[in-house]
Design a protein around this ligand. Structure first.
Ligand SMILES: Cc1cc2nc3c(=O)[nH]c(=O)nc-3n(C[C@H](O)[C@H](O)[C@H](O)COP(=O)(O)OP(=O)(O)OC[C@H]3O[C@@H](n4cnc5c(N)ncnc54)[C@H](O)[C@@H]3O)c2cc1C
Length: 438
């Protein structure tokens, strides 16, 4: 099969779309990305993202080596494990990397934490001429020659051979391409925010939280996820690294102040004024959480109370309904656009990165004439439908499991199990082999 030039359009400059664009650019494949945000810094909000070894490998494969180095330099101090604690900050279970069977000889294969905003800036580096901001996708049309014309809200249009929807959970590309693919309301709501890691806030946190994030298991089926994000490098050092390896001078890094990211989750009927939640600002949302955890450890109440209201967001949690693989065309979907999942396992971004690396690899093979474009996309979709919807279902199960601890008896049983596993290291290692690596 001979090599065939083709042009790719990606809708959405989020984590998956940008990683794929980097992958294609590295192989000299013609690619353009269209993003509805006004500019690369127009949305400064962002939370901490856990990058697991699979996500890290996908970035390693997709980014130019020097950009991967910058990614590593902008990660938080490496997580050594994962905690489960009670709402009174008592340890239930600590799973260290050794318990997960991870031998950290290669920095690519480790668990990492990044600020979503910073990761996005790193991923945008070098793509300045290919990413078009302020371009909200409206719809596409397939033309007689099998190409696509893509229409934007501003009345302009563009053409391509391959169209990729990387436009997140509310994907308009998905709604047109696979109108029967739906997301459901999980019945859970999340309020997430950030608290600056001042010296005072550091004193509130158990030492274990500096080894890795924690899930707080609490009565009433409430859950709180807490993660400390301490950057290894301060901004000045990062500029130095960027200069040293001669990266693009416009590399924008912000959000490099240490913080504690947190996310509170509960079933929606647990909130006192559900009808008002959508209209609440950060200060009101913070107050809602503080009231709901008023019998928790005072340090946790203070941690939430100290949060910056401008970082606080309310999210009704939705989850994709798995579907069968469809008839392959030269339009496809990656990331949340096809498999949006609850944040309960922290794998949505990692799965989007995995999609980007796999689809990127297949499109490069098509570009080199090793397979047809249709074969490349079909192979990607068959694999992605399997692992993507597995991730959706396991994320939903994890959310439902924590909500099932609403009643005192299941909660007490879960705590006893965690404590027992914690007390018997060989058993802990057997149960948690491979935990969090996919
Ligand atoms: C609080 C929280 C914590 C999380 N933590 C983790 C974690 O620790 N680990 C993890 O793996 N995942 C985590 N996730 C999930 C993760 O953030 C998502 O799964 C991931 O961002 C999906 O990437 P994506 O590229 O598919 O979509 P997105 O990153 O959402 O990007 C979609 C892009 O498309 C753009 N867009 C949308 N519509 C249009 C349009 N019509 N035209 C043009 N552009 C458009 C958007 O502006 C956006 O830039 C978390 C999510 C939340 C809410």
């Amino acid at each position: 099969m001979s090599s065939q030039p083709f042009h790719v359009i990606i809708i959405g400059a989020g984590i998956g779309g940008l990683c794929l664009a980097q992958h294609l650019k590295k192989a000299n494949i013609s690619v353009e990305v269209y993003e509805r945000d006004q500019s690369r810094t127009s949305r400064l909000q962002g939370y901490r993202i856990h990058i697991n070894p699979a996500g890290s490998r996908a970035l390693y494969e997709s980014l130019p080596p020097r950009l991967y180095e910058i990614f590593l330099a902008t990660c938080g101090l490496s997580g050594k494990g994962f905690n489960f604690m009670t709402e009174q900050l008592q340890e239930l279970l600590y799973i260290g990397v050794a318990d997960m069977g991870i031998v950290e000889t290669n920095p690519v294969d480790t668990h990492k934490s990044v600020s979503r905003f910073t990761l996005r800036q790193v991923l945008l580096t070098g793509l300045e001429d290919m990413v078009h901001f302020n371009k909200a996708f409206k719809r596409y049309e397939e033309t007689a020659d099998g190409r696509f014309t893509v229409f934007f809200e501003d009345g302009t249009s563009a053409s391509c051979d391959v169209l990729i929807g990387a436009d997140g959970g509310n994907s308009r590309v998905r709604k047109q391409f696979l109108p029967y693919a739906r997301r459901i309301d999980t019945g859970h709501w999340a309020i997430q925010g950030k608290t600056l890691l001042t010296d005072e806030v550091k004193q509130l946190l158990p030492r274990r939280l500096f080894d890795g994030p924690a899930t707080i298991i609490a009565p009433h089926g409430y859950g709180l996820f807490i993660a400390v994000q301490q950057f290894q490098q301060k901004p000045a050092d990062i500029e130095e690294i960027a200069a040293a390896i001669q990266l693009h001078p416009n590399l924008l890094l912000s959000d490099t102040t240490d913080f504690v990211g947190w996310g509170f989750i509960a079933r929606k009927e647990k909130f006192r004024h559900p009808e008002a939640m959508e209209r609440m600002d950060g200060t009101d949302l913070k107050q809602v959480v503080v009231e709901m955890i008023s019998d928790w450890h005072p340090h946790l109440q203070r941690l939430i109370g100290e949060a910056d209201p401008s970082t606080i967001l309310f999210t009704p949690l939705q989850s994709s309904l798995p579907i069968e693989h469809w008839q392959t065309k030269q339009v496809t979907l990656i990331g949340d656009a096809i498999h949006s999942m609850t944040p309960a396992r922290g794998i949505g971004a990692n799965t989007a990165l995995r999609d980007a690396a796999l689809l990127g690899r297949n499109l490069v093979a098509a570009h080199q004439g090793e397979q047809s474009l249709t074969q490349a996309i079909d192979d990607y979709e068959v694999k992605m439908v399997k692992y993507g919807f597995d991730a959706v279902l396991s994320s939903r199960k994890a959310l439902e499991q924590s909500a099932s601890l609403e009643k005192p008896l299941p909660l007490a049983m879960a705590k006893t199990t965690f404590r027992m596993l914690n007390a018997i290291p060989p058993l802990k290692r057997r149960v948690f082999q491979g935990f969090g690596t996919d």
